[in-house]
Design a protein around this ligand. Structure first.
Ligand code: ADP
Ligand code: MG
Length: 694
């Protein structure tokens, strides 16, 4: 028997108007099935039951106007840009739509066409909208009632898929297939949260009967999205928490005692608290699965070393994974300083190892002769086989994907896991998002740190800046100069960084020792430069973002960031975190013209706060969760409609319902459980094993 999922999961090609060509284009929007189209929600709406007269638009506002094309023309600027412009008039006035370098538009707009333009109104002599969204109305089309005279949906598009086309097939899809959207929630949830029936929500999110229906429709769909996400998390968490027997570590022993005695400083109270949380986890039967978040420089490393020692003391091996070679090397050195005297055996698995050496090391890891293995993602390669892996630590976990973490984890039999991050997110959000992790937080810096002074300057100050640097270097300060290298223009950027280095060395700071480090250098070379810098034998280190995370050279006290506008806020904060680690007064100097409004926001945020939690929150707000977390992170699914910041209340409610549900009906029994399970698997197909675990 066909159930409603069979209908919903058939290809969108079953719709009239969607052929083999179109389906490929729709695929680019991640639409392949009928359900995919039903869940392809509008980006915004336009109320086309009434339009504002052109003479009433406000400069600076985003407006939607309707009128007839009165002129249309293509011209070139002196800079060889092609400008296409239409004049659109209604009975009250004229407004211009202008597009740069899209000359093909002249084939679309014909005189007397009725068109809708949408965008920010400016005045350059005439009223004008730059690169407006547009739609050309075709009065003779039978389905025009879909496109105007009502509140219409506006979708995100891709090339060769027009707004009208997408709206048309969306309407067909809603008309024909929304009947198959069956309620999957128990009555109680629907009533308690005053949710619209699912079908009505989907119909109204696309083609709202009235404007005020959009809100209710949206709430229902946001709730659903969060509910199933949280249900999936709840399953994962249950799997970790209850099903498995991990390693129960003994907390007492000679080794840990010696380690405690050897600490050169007293732990901050925040560190002590986290150590306790970790000890409780490690002492328990259940595998630890903990996220440790703390601002840059808050001292996470030493806490993780504590866990390493406990692990080794109990006869297990521990692995520490870091995102960059340089950081892995640094951790190796730090760990050696602490642990070599205790007789522990650590190794760094680096890309720079010769074949023989590598084989040798791999062999010793396999034999269990080596206690602590440090490395980059080289650790997750198949050739790395542990004898008895008991603890996995992932540093700067925001630079890794969940997949990599899990892969390393799988190299042991239910090892304890500690992941660390210096891009902290608000605690409520962390608990909600990392449903499968426990969260520890360090919100305190070790004593004796002076806050880093942050300045934002532009090119005109460059000469003064050099003076300042020279003076500071005379007083034995060390300086980082960071140059952006972005993926798209890597080679060009690298050249610029290298040139900068030469310019500094040969022209500007001829009396100083200048060094260079970047990602394309051989591992041994990087290591050598970093060692020289650490030893104070380099005054100015010109670097790319290879030094962004984790690097700890306490004598370095000045961070100069070139083209600061090209870095994200969290990245800038991480870079700043490289200084202010010692007793010396530290400075972070952002060199940037900061032209765009967004860049200005970022740069001034940097000058206003040095609190990583505030920075992260702010970054999350300006970039939105998608970009903030990156697609690789956390396994946070692509959210179609919910927003983890602005919809935090709905998220919290949905989370509670999801966790309560699983507790009340752990094996999804009964008809009610069956339908819920079906929807969950439809959304998260990989969760099958977790559900069947019961
Ligand atoms: P992050 O949290 O950014 O990884 P690190 O672990 O690199 O920070 O620590 C930064 C510096 O602070 C290191 O040089 C470390 O030795 C030092 N440190 C850590 N904890 C303390 C403490 N309790 N007292 C003094 N210095 C500390
Ligand atoms: Mg660190």
């Amino acid at each position: 028997m066909r159930n409603s999922y069979d209908n919903l999961n058939q290809s969108a090609q079953y719709l009239k108007g969607v052929g083999p060509k179109k389906i490929q284009l729709l695929n680019k929007l991640n639409i392949s099935t009928v359900k995919g189209l039903l869940y392809y929600f509008p980006r915004r709406y336009e109320d086309r039951s009434k339009f504002i007269p052109i003479n009433r638009v406000r400069i600076g506002n985003t407006e939607t106007i309707k009128g007839k094309v009165v002129t249309s023309g293509l011209r070139r600027t002196r800079g060889k840009m092609k400008i296409f412009q239409v004049a659109v008039a209604d009975t009250s006035g004229v407004i211009y739509g202008t597009w740069f370098n899209q000359p093909y538009l002249k084939n679309y707009f014909k005189i007397d066409d009725e068109v809708i333009l949408h965008g920010r109104v400016e005045r350059y002599g005439n009223l004008q909208i730059n690169a407006p969204e547009y739609e050309i109305l075709k009065p003779d089309e039978e389905d025009n009632t879909i496109h105007t005279g009502r509140v219409v949906p506006i979708y995100a598009l891709t090339q060769y898929v027009s707004q009208r086309y997408l709206r048309m097939i969306s309407k067909r899809c809603v008309d024909e297939y929304s009947v198959y959207l069956k309620e999957y929630f128990p009555d109680k949830i629907v009533r308690q949260h005053d949710l619209l029936p699912l079908k009505d929500a989907v119909v109204n999110i696309h083609f709202p009967e009235q404007v005020d229906m959009i809100k209710a429709a949206r709430k229902r769909l946001v709730f659903d999205e969060f509910f199933f996400f949280e249900l999936a998390l709840a399953l994962k968490r249950r799997d970790i928490k209850e099903e498995k027997k991990g390693i129960q570590y003994n907390l007492k022993g000679d080794l840990i005692d010696k380690f405690k005695k050897s600490l050169p400083f007293e732990l901050t109270s925040a560190q002590k608290k986290v150590v306790q949380e970790i000890e409780t986890d490690m002492n328990s039967q259940k595998p630890m699965n903990r996220l440790l978040q703390g601002d840059v420089g808050s001292g996470k490393t030493i806490v993780s070393i504590w866990a390493l020692v406990l692990c080794v003391q109990n006869g297990y091996q521990a692995a520490l994974m870091a995102p960059t070679e340089i950081l892995a090397q640094q951790h190796y050195q730090t760990i050696n300083e602490y642990l070599m005297p205790l007789g522990l055996n650590a190794v760094v698995l680096s890309g720079g190892l010769k074949k023989k050496e590598k084989e040798n090391v791999l062999g010793q890891i396999n034999d269990g002769k080596i206690n602590i293995i440090i490395g980059t993602h080289a650790l997750i390669q198949d050739e790395v086989v542990f004898k008895k892996l008991g603890l996995v630590v992932v540093d700067e976990q925001h630079k890794f994907g969940v997949v990599q973490r899990v892969k390393l984890q799988k190299k042991g039999r239910m090892p304890d896991v500690l992941v660390m991050s210096a891009t902290p997110i608000p605690r409520t959000l962390a608990i909600t998002l990392y449903g499968d992790l426990d969260v520890s937080t360090i919100r305190e810096l070790p004593p004796g740190r002076t806050p880093v002074d942050t300045f934002w300057i532009n090119e005109r100050k460059r000469a003064d800046l050099y003076e300042f640097l020279r003076k500071k270097i005379k007083e034995t300060n060390q300086v980082y100069v960071v140059y952006p290298v972005v993926e798209q223009s890597k080679i060009k950027d690298l050249k610029a960084a290298t040139k900068m280095y030469e310019h500094f060395k040969d022209d500007i700071f001829t009396d100083c020792r200048v060094g260079l480090v970047h990602g394309r250098m051989k591992d041994v070379e990087k290591k050598e430069v970093m060692n020289l810098f650490k030893k104070g034998e380099i005054d100015i280190l010109v670097a790319t973002t290879v030094i962004e995370v984790g690097i700890d050279v306490s004598n370095a006290s000045i961070m100069l960031i070139e083209h600061a506008e090209r870095f994200g806020l969290s990245q800038l904060h991480q870079l700043r975190g490289r200084v202010g680690r010692g007793q010396k007064k530290s400075y972070c100097i952002l060199l940037s013209e900061g032209k765009t409004e967004e860049a200005q926001k970022r740069l001034s945020a940097m000058t206003q706060t040095s609190d990583g939690f505030k920075i992260a929150e702010y970054d999350l707000l300006i970039r939105g969760p998608g970009e903030f977390f990156g697609t690789r992170q956390h396994g946070l699914p692509e959210l179609r409609i919910g927003n983890i910041i602005t919809d935090i209340d709905v998220l919290t409610q949905a989370r509670k319902e999801a966790f309560d549900y699983l507790e009340g009906n752990p094996s999804f029994s009964g008809v009610e459980g069956e339908v819920l399970k079906e929807e969950l698997l439809d959304r998260f197909p990989h969760n099958k094993d977790l559900i069947l675990a019961r």
